[in-house]
Design a protein around this ligand. Sequence first.
Ligand SMILES: [Zn+2]
Length: 77
Amino acid sequence: MFILFGSKQTKKELALGRELLCPRCNNVRRWPVMQYTTWFSVFFIPVIPIKNQYFEMCPICKAGKKLTRQQAQRWHA
Ligand SMILES: [Zn+2]
């Protein structure tokens, strides 16, 4: 039997986040808190989450700042 394994990454916005001055593009905006999940997939269907990463991301230039899970969960109410 032929089984196709792989991995797949999904992202979702957890919260609107806080207002920050971006060091890259110098705009003050609310940076959304993003969750990136890497999944183990079978036949392109995500089955098991392997790891989660959290970022605050500048909505203008997409500069990102990594967060710990605890930091991200403060926004996830
Ligand atoms: Zn920026």
